[in-house]
Design a protein around this ligand. Structure first.
Ligand code: ATP
Ligand code: MG
Length: 410
């Protein structure tokens, strides 16, 4: 893609109403546009990042046997009345139809996935079952803020699993936890696993995946020397207490953003929608259920909060909109054209700043957008290419072939 043709180009200044770094940088660099508080458009650059994140998480969900589906966002009122959510969930958006009927906008999808599973789960042979989607959610959040960290419309990967026994659920729960940790690692995020209370319908423990950031809304206590971490809301400990796990250090308090969670739903939804199946012994039983959320759009915002400098965003390789930003300066146009084609032929994602702008302006925009590598060709670089990582100050000259090899990780 060429910057000259990019529909949303980097802006000179951040938006005046930005309350967080992700809001300021994502708008200024041209990844999102705000329609209203908590509701955003993803531009071509932003959508590329979101697609990368979707694929990182999709790969991990597929690897543990999740099957991807796409469920409706418009839900019948009846399903939400069956579970009690219609009256008890304050963030549920309710819609009045001109026909007199009422609908809900999906704020989560237990009310849709459980009746679907009822159709599938007839016998013990149909279990375990794990269905997931990567789709939008609507929530009437009182305070939609912090850029894309808290939206009224946001995207989530939500998976729902069904099991014969609590033990089998526990096994899968652990697998999902490991899959999540692999996915966070792939995008260079360190997520602390906290234990928290299990939400509205169960007294069971759940896991939350927390990334330390001042832009986050959760308060956690963690041990700097081991993995112990708790949400302050349920904590028996307080900051300064000796770590109950390793006893090696004192607990610290920090702000964090919840990027994912896993919940034990027990038999709540199986009861509500009356799912039974035939066991191996020939009896009728209800499945046990779990759900596993991952905020994809929030993760994009958290990445920016965690990884930026005064010049702009620093995307990890696996989430970057393009692998390289190619900058052509005076006298380098022909070489840039050739390099651009060669990079594309080798399936290396490249954004070419082909505009008639000063070197300073182009470098500033490359830093703002934050692709992992910047390549420069000019009259000065002759048959070489200047290579600079976004995270480094100094550049080096390489031949085009060396550049291709480096970008392919050879
Ligand atoms: P929070 O406590 O932050 O409101 P939650 O407990 O309501 O989160 P879930 O309903 O389990 O979260 O949603 C799963 C994931 O979806 C969360 O871990 C988070 O990453 C993301 N998420 C939840 N609410 C929002 C929101 N309003 N905007 C963006 N992402 C969200
Ligand atoms: Mg919430």
């Amino acid at each position: 893609m060429k910057v000259s043709q990019l529909a949303f180009k980097p802006l000179k200044n951040p938006p005046a109403n930005a309350d967080t770094i992700n809001h300021a940088l994502l708008v200024q660099a041209g990844f999102v546009r705000q329609l209203m508080a908590g509701v955003y458009t993803y531009t071509p650059l932003g959508l590329r990042v979101l697609n990368k994140l979707r694929n990182v998480i999709r790969k991990q969900m597929d690897a543990i046997g999740g099957q991807e589906i796409l469920m409706p966002l418009l839900h019948p009122q009846a399903n939400w009345q069956i579970t009690g959510g219609w009256d008890s969930i304050d963030v549920l958006f309710k819609i009045n139809s001109r026909t007199g009927k009422q609908y809900a906008l999906g704020q989560s999808h237990e009310e849709v996935v459980t009746p679907l599973a009822k159709e599938i789960i007839q016998s013990y042979r149909d279990l375990p079952l794990a269905l997931y989607q990567i789709h939008w959610k609507f929530r009437d959040e009182l305070r939609a803020k912090s850029g894309i960290l808290r939206g009224r419309e946001f995207e989530m990967k939500d998976m729902y699993s069904f099991h014969e026994t609590p033990q089998d659920f526990e096994r899968f729960y652990q697998e999902v936890k490991q899959a999540y940790l692999r996915a966070y690692q792939a995008i260079d995020l360190i997520a602390k696993v906290t234990e928290a209370s299990g939400g509205s319908f169960t007294d069971k423990i759940s896991y939350e995946f927390m990334v330390l950031t001042d832009a986050g809304e959760d308060d956690i206590y963690y041990c700097p020397s081991c993995e112990f971490c708790v949400n302050s809301e349920i904590a028996k400990q307080k900051p300064g207490d000796s770590c109950p796990k390793c006893n090696q250090a004192k607990l610290k308090a920090a702000k964090a953003s919840e990027v994912g969670n896993v919940f034990d739903l027990g038999q709540k939804y199986a009861q509500d929608f009356d799912i039974t199946y035939t066991t191996q012994a020939g009896d009728q039983a209800r499945p046990f259920m779990g759900c596993y959320g991952w905020g994809t759009t929030r993760t994009m915002g958290v990445l920016v909060e965690k990884s930026h400098d005064d010049q702009g965003i620093i995307w990890p390789k696996q989430a970057a909109p393009f692998a390289v930003q190619l900058v052509s300066l005076q006298g380098g146009e022909t070489a840039a054209q050739k390099l651009y084609q060669q990079l594309q032929q080798q399936n290396i994602d490249v954004l070419w700043d082909d505009r008639d702008e000063s070197a300073g302006a182009k470098f500033a925009d490359a830093d703002l957008i934050g692709c992992p590598v910047r390549l420069v060709v000019s009259a000065k670089t002759k048959d070489k290419v200047e290579w600079k990582k976004r995270t480094q100050k100094n550049s080096k000259l390489f031949t085009p072939n060396q550049v291709f090899k480096k970008l392919q990780g050879k």
